[in-house]
Design a protein around this ligand. Structure first.
Ligand code: ADE
Length: 330
Protein backbone atom coordinates (compact mmCIF):
# COMPACT_ATOMS: atom_id res chain seq x y z
CA UNK A 1 0.00 0.00 0.00
CA UNK A 2 1.39 3.38 -0.97
CA UNK A 3 1.60 6.38 1.33
CA UNK A 4 -0.91 8.20 -0.87
CA UNK A 5 -3.60 5.76 0.31
CA UNK A 6 -3.30 6.86 3.91
CA UNK A 7 -5.84 5.61 6.43
CA UNK A 8 -8.86 7.85 7.03
CA UNK A 9 -8.51 7.70 10.81
CA UNK A 10 -5.13 7.69 12.47
CA UNK A 11 -3.88 4.13 12.77
CA UNK A 12 -0.24 3.41 13.42
CA UNK A 13 1.92 3.15 10.34
CA UNK A 14 5.31 1.46 10.50
CA UNK A 15 8.29 3.61 11.28
CA UNK A 16 10.72 0.75 10.89
CA UNK A 17 10.80 -2.52 9.01
CA UNK A 18 11.65 -5.86 10.55
CA UNK A 19 13.72 -8.52 8.89
CA UNK A 20 11.58 -11.48 7.93
CA UNK A 21 13.38 -14.10 10.01
CA UNK A 22 11.92 -17.30 11.41
CA UNK A 23 11.59 -16.17 15.03
CA UNK A 24 9.82 -12.99 14.01
CA UNK A 25 7.19 -14.85 12.02
CA UNK A 26 6.08 -16.61 15.16
CA UNK A 27 6.02 -13.51 17.32
CA UNK A 28 2.79 -11.77 18.25
CA UNK A 29 1.84 -9.36 15.52
CA UNK A 30 1.49 -5.62 16.00
CA UNK A 31 0.18 -2.79 13.84
CA UNK A 32 3.77 -2.18 12.76
CA UNK A 33 3.72 -5.43 10.79
CA UNK A 34 1.24 -3.90 8.35
CA UNK A 35 1.01 -0.88 6.13
CA UNK A 36 -2.50 0.49 6.48
CA UNK A 37 -4.21 1.69 3.32
CA UNK A 38 -7.66 2.86 2.37
CA UNK A 39 -10.77 2.39 4.46
CA UNK A 40 -12.88 -0.45 3.00
CA UNK A 41 -15.62 -0.77 5.59
CA UNK A 42 -17.28 1.08 8.37
CA UNK A 43 -19.53 -0.28 11.09
CA UNK A 44 -21.20 0.97 14.27
CA UNK A 45 -18.11 0.35 16.33
CA UNK A 46 -15.30 -0.52 13.94
CA UNK A 47 -13.52 0.56 10.78
CA UNK A 48 -12.00 -1.85 8.27
CA UNK A 49 -8.81 -0.97 6.41
CA UNK A 50 -7.03 -2.63 3.54
CA UNK A 51 -3.57 -3.46 4.86
CA UNK A 52 -0.43 -5.08 3.54
CA UNK A 53 1.74 -7.44 5.56
CA UNK A 54 5.20 -5.89 5.32
CA UNK A 55 6.88 -9.31 5.51
CA UNK A 56 4.90 -11.19 2.89
CA UNK A 57 3.26 -8.46 0.82
CA UNK A 58 -0.07 -10.22 1.33
CA UNK A 59 -3.19 -8.05 1.58
CA UNK A 60 -5.62 -8.30 4.48
CA UNK A 61 -8.70 -6.48 5.70
CA UNK A 62 -7.95 -5.26 9.22
CA UNK A 63 -10.88 -4.39 11.44
CA UNK A 64 -9.94 -1.76 13.99
CA UNK A 65 -12.01 -1.02 17.10
CA UNK A 66 -11.37 1.82 19.55
CA UNK A 67 -11.31 0.25 23.01
CA UNK A 68 -12.68 3.32 24.81
CA UNK A 69 -15.63 3.49 22.39
CA UNK A 70 -16.40 -0.23 22.80
CA UNK A 71 -16.42 0.12 26.58
CA UNK A 72 -18.48 3.34 26.53
CA UNK A 73 -21.04 1.76 24.19
CA UNK A 74 -21.11 -1.50 26.18
CA UNK A 75 -20.13 -3.56 23.12
CA UNK A 76 -17.45 -5.70 24.76
CA UNK A 77 -19.69 -8.80 24.55
CA UNK A 78 -20.28 -8.17 20.84
CA UNK A 79 -16.55 -8.04 20.12
CA UNK A 80 -15.95 -11.23 22.11
CA UNK A 81 -18.75 -13.03 20.28
CA UNK A 82 -17.46 -11.84 16.92
CA UNK A 83 -14.02 -13.27 17.69
CA UNK A 84 -15.53 -16.54 19.00
CA UNK A 85 -17.67 -16.95 15.87
CA UNK A 86 -14.73 -16.24 13.54
CA UNK A 87 -12.61 -18.75 15.45
CA UNK A 88 -15.37 -21.40 15.27
CA UNK A 89 -15.52 -20.88 11.50
CA UNK A 90 -11.77 -20.72 10.95
CA UNK A 91 -11.50 -24.26 9.57
CA UNK A 92 -14.50 -23.98 7.23
CA UNK A 93 -12.82 -23.67 3.82
CA UNK A 94 -15.46 -21.66 1.99
CA UNK A 95 -18.10 -19.03 2.56
CA UNK A 96 -16.61 -16.90 5.34
CA UNK A 97 -13.96 -14.27 5.82
CA UNK A 98 -11.15 -15.90 7.76
CA UNK A 99 -9.65 -14.52 10.96
CA UNK A 100 -5.85 -14.82 10.72
CA UNK A 101 -4.93 -13.20 14.03
CA UNK A 102 -5.88 -10.55 16.53
CA UNK A 103 -3.75 -8.13 18.50
CA UNK A 104 -4.18 -4.96 20.46
CA UNK A 105 -2.36 -1.87 21.58
CA UNK A 106 -3.28 0.57 24.30
CA UNK A 107 -6.12 2.17 22.37
CA UNK A 108 -7.31 -0.34 19.78
CA UNK A 109 -8.22 -3.93 19.00
CA UNK A 110 -7.26 -5.36 15.60
CA UNK A 111 -8.80 -8.30 13.70
CA UNK A 112 -6.71 -9.42 10.72
CA UNK A 113 -9.18 -10.85 8.18
CA UNK A 114 -9.02 -12.19 4.65
CA UNK A 115 -9.48 -9.41 2.12
CA UNK A 116 -12.42 -9.97 -0.21
CA UNK A 117 -11.19 -8.17 -3.30
CA UNK A 118 -14.48 -7.88 -5.14
CA UNK A 119 -16.32 -5.98 -2.45
CA UNK A 120 -19.94 -6.30 -1.38
CA UNK A 121 -22.78 -8.17 -3.06
CA UNK A 122 -24.82 -4.97 -2.63
CA UNK A 123 -22.39 -3.06 -4.82
CA UNK A 124 -22.66 -5.72 -7.55
CA UNK A 125 -26.48 -5.71 -7.41
CA UNK A 126 -26.58 -1.92 -7.61
CA UNK A 127 -24.10 -1.83 -10.50
CA UNK A 128 -26.30 -3.98 -12.72
CA UNK A 129 -29.73 -3.14 -11.24
CA UNK A 130 -30.65 -6.78 -10.65
CA UNK A 131 -29.14 -10.19 -11.31
CA UNK A 132 -29.96 -12.59 -14.12
CA UNK A 133 -31.73 -15.60 -12.64
CA UNK A 134 -28.73 -17.96 -13.04
CA UNK A 135 -26.53 -15.47 -11.14
CA UNK A 136 -29.10 -15.06 -8.35
CA UNK A 137 -29.46 -18.84 -8.15
CA UNK A 138 -25.69 -19.37 -7.89
CA UNK A 139 -25.18 -16.84 -5.09
CA UNK A 140 -28.33 -17.97 -3.26
CA UNK A 141 -26.92 -21.53 -3.37
CA UNK A 142 -23.50 -20.44 -2.02
CA UNK A 143 -25.24 -18.45 0.70
CA UNK A 144 -27.38 -21.45 1.65
CA UNK A 145 -24.29 -23.69 1.91
CA UNK A 146 -22.56 -21.10 4.09
CA UNK A 147 -25.65 -20.91 6.33
CA UNK A 148 -25.62 -24.69 6.71
CA UNK A 149 -22.00 -24.58 7.92
CA UNK A 150 -22.59 -21.62 10.20
CA UNK A 151 -25.74 -23.07 11.77
CA UNK A 152 -23.98 -26.42 12.26
CA UNK A 153 -21.51 -24.47 14.44
CA UNK A 154 -24.54 -23.10 16.36
CA UNK A 155 -24.00 -19.57 15.11
CA UNK A 156 -26.93 -17.34 14.15
CA UNK A 157 -25.66 -14.34 12.17
CA UNK A 158 -28.72 -12.07 12.73
CA UNK A 159 -27.53 -9.35 10.36
CA UNK A 160 -27.31 -11.00 6.96
CA UNK A 161 -27.67 -8.47 4.16
CA UNK A 162 -25.99 -7.77 0.83
CA UNK A 163 -23.53 -5.35 2.53
CA UNK A 164 -22.25 -8.19 4.74
CA UNK A 165 -21.84 -10.63 1.88
CA UNK A 166 -18.49 -10.09 0.18
CA UNK A 167 -17.00 -11.47 -3.02
CA UNK A 168 -13.43 -12.77 -3.14
CA UNK A 169 -10.91 -12.56 -5.97
CA UNK A 170 -12.62 -15.50 -7.73
CA UNK A 171 -16.11 -14.00 -7.23
CA UNK A 172 -17.09 -16.60 -4.63
CA UNK A 173 -19.14 -15.43 -1.69
CA UNK A 174 -17.85 -14.81 1.85
CA UNK A 175 -20.06 -13.86 4.78
CA UNK A 176 -18.56 -11.07 6.90
CA UNK A 177 -19.35 -9.00 9.97
CA UNK A 178 -20.15 -11.29 12.87
CA UNK A 179 -20.67 -8.39 15.26
CA UNK A 180 -24.28 -9.28 16.04
CA UNK A 181 -24.04 -13.08 16.12
CA UNK A 182 -25.63 -15.27 18.72
CA UNK A 183 -23.83 -18.50 19.57
CA UNK A 184 -26.07 -21.17 21.03
CA UNK A 185 -24.90 -23.86 23.44
CA UNK A 186 -25.64 -27.61 23.20
CA UNK A 187 -29.18 -27.01 24.36
CA UNK A 188 -29.67 -24.36 21.68
CA UNK A 189 -29.77 -21.65 24.32
CA UNK A 190 -27.75 -18.47 23.88
CA UNK A 191 -24.67 -18.80 26.04
CA UNK A 192 -24.30 -15.15 27.02
CA UNK A 193 -25.71 -13.45 30.09
CA UNK A 194 -29.50 -13.05 29.96
CA UNK A 195 -31.12 -9.65 30.47
CA UNK A 196 -32.59 -9.42 33.97
CA UNK A 197 -36.36 -9.99 33.95
CA UNK A 198 -37.21 -6.52 35.21
CA UNK A 199 -35.39 -5.00 32.24
CA UNK A 200 -36.90 -7.18 29.57
CA UNK A 201 -40.10 -5.24 29.03
CA UNK A 202 -39.06 -1.88 30.34
CA UNK A 203 -38.59 1.02 28.03
CA UNK A 204 -35.28 2.16 29.44
CA UNK A 205 -32.44 2.78 27.04
CA UNK A 206 -30.55 -0.42 27.61
CA UNK A 207 -33.45 -2.77 26.98
CA UNK A 208 -34.44 -0.86 23.87
CA UNK A 209 -30.92 -1.11 22.50
CA UNK A 210 -30.70 -4.85 23.01
CA UNK A 211 -34.19 -5.59 21.73
CA UNK A 212 -33.28 -4.93 18.08
CA UNK A 213 -30.23 -6.29 16.35
CA UNK A 214 -29.51 -6.26 12.67
CA UNK A 215 -30.64 -3.95 9.91
CA UNK A 216 -34.23 -2.78 9.53
CA UNK A 217 -34.90 -4.12 6.05
CA UNK A 218 -33.70 -7.68 6.73
CA UNK A 219 -34.68 -8.15 10.36
CA UNK A 220 -37.06 -11.01 11.06
CA UNK A 221 -40.33 -10.49 12.94
CA UNK A 222 -39.19 -12.66 15.86
CA UNK A 223 -36.04 -10.57 16.33
CA UNK A 224 -38.19 -7.45 16.25
CA UNK A 225 -40.86 -8.67 18.62
CA UNK A 226 -39.85 -11.52 20.88
CA UNK A 227 -36.05 -11.67 20.81
CA UNK A 228 -36.30 -15.39 19.99
CA UNK A 229 -32.95 -16.96 19.12
CA UNK A 230 -33.56 -19.11 16.06
CA UNK A 231 -31.50 -20.10 13.03
CA UNK A 232 -34.63 -19.38 10.99
CA UNK A 233 -33.97 -15.63 11.40
CA UNK A 234 -31.14 -16.11 8.90
CA UNK A 235 -33.54 -18.00 6.57
CA UNK A 236 -35.86 -14.96 6.61
CA UNK A 237 -32.87 -12.81 5.57
CA UNK A 238 -32.02 -15.38 2.85
CA UNK A 239 -35.54 -14.86 1.43
CA UNK A 240 -35.08 -11.07 1.49
CA UNK A 241 -31.68 -11.33 -0.22
CA UNK A 242 -32.98 -13.66 -2.98
CA UNK A 243 -35.83 -11.17 -3.57
CA UNK A 244 -33.30 -8.30 -3.77
CA UNK A 245 -30.90 -10.08 -6.14
CA UNK A 246 -33.77 -10.67 -8.57
CA UNK A 247 -35.73 -7.44 -8.21
CA UNK A 248 -32.93 -5.01 -7.30
CA UNK A 249 -34.45 -3.84 -3.99
CA UNK A 250 -35.23 -5.47 -0.64
CA UNK A 251 -38.87 -6.50 -0.15
CA UNK A 252 -39.60 -4.32 2.90
CA UNK A 253 -38.85 -0.66 2.38
CA UNK A 254 -40.22 2.27 4.31
CA UNK A 255 -39.23 5.92 4.64
CA UNK A 256 -38.22 5.24 8.26
CA UNK A 257 -37.05 2.16 10.16
CA UNK A 258 -40.31 2.26 12.13
CA UNK A 259 -42.42 2.09 8.97
CA UNK A 260 -40.21 -0.68 7.59
CA UNK A 261 -40.83 -2.65 10.80
CA UNK A 262 -44.60 -2.15 10.39
CA UNK A 263 -44.41 -3.61 6.90
CA UNK A 264 -42.37 -6.58 8.11
CA UNK A 265 -44.85 -7.38 10.88
CA UNK A 266 -47.75 -7.20 8.40
CA UNK A 267 -45.86 -9.09 5.69
CA UNK A 268 -46.59 -6.09 3.50
CA UNK A 269 -44.57 -6.54 0.32
CA UNK A 270 -45.18 -7.25 -3.34
CA UNK A 271 -43.41 -8.97 -6.17
CA UNK A 272 -42.66 -6.87 -9.24
CA UNK A 273 -44.15 -8.03 -12.51
CA UNK A 274 -42.09 -10.71 -14.23
CA UNK A 275 -40.58 -12.09 -11.00
CA UNK A 276 -39.96 -15.77 -11.91
CA UNK A 277 -42.52 -18.20 -10.45
CA UNK A 278 -40.01 -20.62 -8.86
CA UNK A 279 -38.15 -17.77 -7.18
CA UNK A 280 -41.44 -16.28 -5.97
CA UNK A 281 -42.51 -19.60 -4.49
CA UNK A 282 -39.20 -19.99 -2.63
CA UNK A 283 -39.22 -16.42 -1.31
CA UNK A 284 -42.83 -16.88 -0.11
CA UNK A 285 -41.76 -20.02 1.77
CA UNK A 286 -38.84 -18.24 3.46
CA UNK A 287 -40.47 -14.90 4.27
CA UNK A 288 -43.02 -16.42 6.66
CA UNK A 289 -44.02 -14.71 9.91
CA UNK A 290 -43.95 -17.88 12.04
CA UNK A 291 -40.27 -18.84 12.15
CA UNK A 292 -41.17 -22.50 12.78
CA UNK A 293 -43.01 -22.63 9.45
CA UNK A 294 -40.22 -21.27 7.25
CA UNK A 295 -38.85 -23.66 4.68
CA UNK A 296 -35.84 -25.39 6.25
CA UNK A 297 -36.83 -24.61 9.86
CA UNK A 298 -37.57 -28.29 10.57
CA UNK A 299 -34.69 -29.76 8.55
CA UNK A 300 -32.33 -32.00 10.50
CA UNK A 301 -28.89 -33.37 9.79
CA UNK A 302 -26.89 -30.27 9.03
CA UNK A 303 -28.17 -29.52 5.54
CA UNK A 304 -31.19 -27.55 4.42
CA UNK A 305 -32.48 -30.35 2.18
CA UNK A 306 -35.98 -28.88 1.79
CA UNK A 307 -34.46 -25.63 0.50
CA UNK A 308 -31.83 -27.38 -1.67
CA UNK A 309 -34.60 -29.44 -3.25
CA UNK A 310 -36.79 -26.47 -4.11
CA UNK A 311 -37.30 -26.14 -7.91
CA UNK A 312 -35.60 -22.70 -7.85
CA UNK A 313 -32.29 -24.51 -7.28
CA UNK A 314 -32.71 -27.02 -10.09
CA UNK A 315 -29.37 -27.70 -11.78
CA UNK A 316 -27.18 -26.58 -8.86
CA UNK A 317 -24.22 -28.89 -8.26
CA UNK A 318 -24.16 -28.67 -4.46
CA UNK A 319 -20.98 -30.74 -4.07
CA UNK A 320 -18.78 -28.70 -6.39
CA UNK A 321 -20.13 -25.17 -6.32
CA UNK A 322 -17.07 -23.65 -4.60
CA UNK A 323 -14.81 -25.09 -7.31
CA UNK A 324 -16.97 -23.78 -10.15
CA UNK A 325 -16.41 -20.54 -11.99
CA UNK A 326 -19.28 -18.28 -10.91
CA UNK A 327 -21.57 -17.06 -13.70
CA UNK A 328 -20.69 -13.58 -14.89
CA UNK A 329 -22.74 -10.90 -13.16
CA UNK A 330 -24.98 -9.16 -15.66
N1 ADE B 1 -15.09 -4.77 4.18
C1 ADE B 1 -15.28 -5.25 5.40
N2 ADE B 1 -14.62 -6.38 5.59
C2 ADE B 1 -13.98 -6.64 4.43
C3 ADE B 1 -13.16 -7.70 3.97
N3 ADE B 1 -12.83 -8.71 4.75
N4 ADE B 1 -12.73 -7.65 2.71
C4 ADE B 1 -13.07 -6.63 1.91
N5 ADE B 1 -13.84 -5.62 2.28
C5 ADE B 1 -14.29 -5.62 3.53
Amino acid sequence: MQASQAAATPVPTPTSTHSSNQSFRHAKRTAKDYIFGKMIGDGCYSTVFLAKDIHTGKEYAIKVCEKSFIIRQQKVQYIKREKDALNLLSNVPHGFVKLYCTFQDEERLYFVLSYAKNSELLKRINEVGSFEINVAKFYAAELLLALEKMHAKRIIHRDLKPENILLDENMHLKIADFGTVKILNNNNIASDVPIPEDEQNSSNDRSRKVSFVGTAQYVSPELLQHRVDTYASDLWALGCIIYQMISGLPPFRGPTDFLTFQKILKLDYEFPEGFPADAKDLVEKLIVLDHNKRLGASDQGGTYESIRNHPFFEGIDWENIWEQTPPKIS
